[in-house]
Design a protein around this ligand. Structure first.
Ligand code: FAD
Length: 608
């Protein structure tokens, strides 16, 4: 007990020191950039301008394979610092200046246990984007997901999807978990006895339980930013700390550059061949709307002159989860605060890149079709050896946005250790939207995922909780003292425990994001009213304007989404190169210099 208190105190001090470091590092960098105008002398006309997130960095690398092309990567966040690549540090970047720190609007049918009925939505604000703060799990998605996305595309062939996944997997380090506790092996034994499949490798999200694959290299977090970091490729320039505010378009809606702000000053930069938005599910939708591409009625509300009427920001989906600390056990597994902070773990990590510091959190995943209707899963389990209360409410509960009243009355009262089995709703029927609050790039957008508005979503999550119960009652789980947590959740005490009404109340209270928002610039057949980009990733009605990131996914994949986003980035790179090839001979450089005209301010690349 005494030892645990010492470890908890050290953990608290580390969190405080690290958070202070992140804050002051950011302030110092802001001060340095405001003292110099790095951008004055930089190139003003590139072939392509692109964002620096998960998808954007990959597309930049692919386009730069043609050494004649000059690529500019523009990233709103700062550069990373070596220490951020320690896998277990990712969660400390959340709620820091490296996170956009979005929150949803109050939910009418969900999130009742969260402050203001709103969910936190972390998103990376750093080169590498959200991959710098994610859990590093890698999977592709189920074949039916891609069949659904491309059903209107006459050239569609699933083999092309596999081709791009395999191309991607030759580029990125996909590997087994480096560290896990005894939990996944115990569970795998249990589920075999319960009659579930246990595929050895499950990149394609087949039904059954398996250990996940991760994106890790030499024990470190790896993101696509590694492919483009300065100095690695000479025809890519990276501008950090630059917030893109608007796309510049000619009267025929051909994109030719962007306006951005850096350290309080406004700049413009031009692109001959294309502007590729990769600012993520919120960022890309926001930039399009600020540029006059969006739904007519909404743009009128926020007083932005309409250029192209498209349903930007609609079709927002997210994977939803619930179920923290539902399974209690009678022993600690080898990954508590004590193990993570022990000198042995530190030595293992810094000498060999192994041990608990490489943890991705999740040690086993499972896929189910709760209705037995097809081979395509509609529910996923993310299984972790830790509980939310592991750090006595010091940090983890803040990450999840659990208020102290709920923490103290529910989570803190269980004295036993716990594990986490999160049921994740894979194909939500509920969908919402992202809108601008006002015509201001720095105003937080209105994010409304409309969680659990469709009753079928609640039913699926309840079925997931019932599967957890089945697992807990297995002999193997009983060997570690597993039992269901029978404490009623605050706000649901009036319902009979374990009844469907109780579980409905529970999931509507403890509704959490599984961090996979998608869909705000939906890709699909250009004649469909609901689509924003076509199958070439081009924004409809415009030219030389592309979107490549999580916002184009028309629907959720049957698993964690980064793999599918990166596969699309591979596909988009080829499509953009092909469009460029078709444009050869129609170089618009002279036209661009005409646009720049004799305005000396613009010639200096600075507009204010
Ligand atoms: C906590 C967490 C855990 C996750 N775990 C996993 C996981 O284990 N496996 C998995 O597959 N998926 C996971 N995800 C989801 C996955 O990481 C993201 O869906 C994916 O990284 C999104 O990639 P993207 O290219 O669409 O956007 P991002 O990677 O977010 O890139 C967008 C970039 O654009 C920048 N930007 C935004 N606006 C502007 C602007 N106006 N000007 C300039 N730059 C701008 C941002 O700073 C960012 O760098 C997780 C997500 C979170 C939050």
């Amino acid at each position: 007990m005494f030892l645990r208190s010492i470890f908890l105190a050290s953990y608290f001090i580390l969190i405080v020191l690290f958070s202070a470091f992140l804050k002051y590092y950011d302030t110092l960098e802001n001060f340095l950039v405001s003292s110099f105008d790095f951008h004055k002398e930089k190139l003003v006309v590139y072939d392509y301008i692109i964002g620096g997130g998960s998808a954007g960095s990959l597309v930049a690398k692919r386009l730069a394979e043609d050494s004649n092309k000059r690529i500019l990567v523009i990233e709103a966040g700062k550069r990373d610092f070596g220490f951020y690549n320690v896998p277990s540090m990712g969660i400390l970047l959340q709620n820091s200046p490296f996170d956009w720190q979005y929150t949803t609007v109050p939910q009418k049918t969900a999130c009742f246990a969260l402050p203001n009925n709103s969910s936190r939505w972390p998103m990376g604000k750093i080169l590498g984007g959200t991959s710098m703060i994610n859990n590093m799990l890698y999977m592709r998605g189920h074949k039916s997901d891609f069949d659904e996305w491309f059903k209107d595309y006459k050239e569609y062939d699933y083999n092309d999807i596999l081709y791009y996944f395999k191309k991607l997997e030759r580029l990125i380090p996909v590997r087994d978990l480096i560290f896990h506790t005894i939990l996944p092996d115990i569970l795998l034994k249990a589920v075999v006895n319960l009659g579930y499949e246990t595929p050895k490798e499950n990149l394609n999200c087949q039904l059954g339980y398996s250990k996940p694959k991760t994106i890790l290299h030499n024990g470190k977090r790896w993101t696509t930013a590694e492919l483009i970091k300065q100095g690695k490729i000479t025809n890519i320039d990276i501008r950090y700390g630059c917030v893109v505010e608007e796309i510049m378009m000619k009267s025929n809606f051909e994109a030719y550059g962007v306006k951005y702000r850096y350290s309080g000053r406004k700049y413009v930069v031009y692109a001959k061949l294309g502007v590729i938005l990769s600012a993520g599910v919120i960022g890309s939708a926001k930039i399009l709307m600020l540029s006059g591409i969006g739904q007519k009625k909404h743009l009128k509300e926020v007083q932005i002159p309409l250029k192209v009427d498209l349903p930007v920001g609609h079709n927002l989906h997210d994977h939803v989860t619930t179920g923290f600390d539902l399974v209690l056990i009678n022993q600690t597994l080898d990954i508590g605060i004590e193990q993570i902070l022990s000198p042995l773990s530190l030595w293992k990590y810094f000498s060999k890149g192994i041990g608990p510091w490489t943890t991705t959190g999740c040690e086993l995943i499972a896929f189910f079709n709760t209705r037995n209707t097809s081979e395509r899963p509609d529910l996923q389990f993310m299984i972790m050896p830790l509980a939310l209360k592991e750090d006595n409410g010091i940090y983890l509960r803040h990450l999840m946005g659990i208020p102290s009243s709920v923490y103290s009355t529910y989570f803190a009262t269980n004295k036993q250790p716990a594990i986490t089995i999160l049921p994740v709703l894979l194909h939500p029927k509920s969908k919402g939207f992202v809108k601008l609050n006002k015509n201001d790039p720095y105003s937080s957008p209105v994010i409304d995922p409309k969680y659990l508005t469709d009753p079928q979503d609640v039913e699926t999550l309840i079925k997931g909780i019932k599967f957890i119960k089945e697992l807990v009652e297995s002999d193997e789980l009983k060997s570690i003292g597993a039992q269901f947590n029978y404490k009623p959740f605050p706000g649901c005490e009036l319902y009979q425990f374990n009844s469907d009404k109780y579980w409905e109340c529970y999931v509507r209270h403890l509704t959490m994001t599984s961090y996979h928002p998608i869909g705000t610039c939906k890709m699909g057949h250009p004649e469909k009213k609901s689509t924003v980009v076509n199958y070439d990733f081009q924004v409809k009605t415009t030219s030389k304007l592309f979107v490549v990131d999580g916002s184009v996914l028309p629907t959720e994949t049957s698993g964690n989404i980064n793999g599918a986003i990166l596969m699309l980035a591979e596909m988009a790179s080829d499509k953009i190169k092909r469009i460029d090839y078709l444009l050869i001979g129609k170089c618009h450089i002279l036209e661009i210099f005409n646009i720049m005209g004799s305005n000396s301010e613009i010639n200096k690349n600075k507009i204010k």
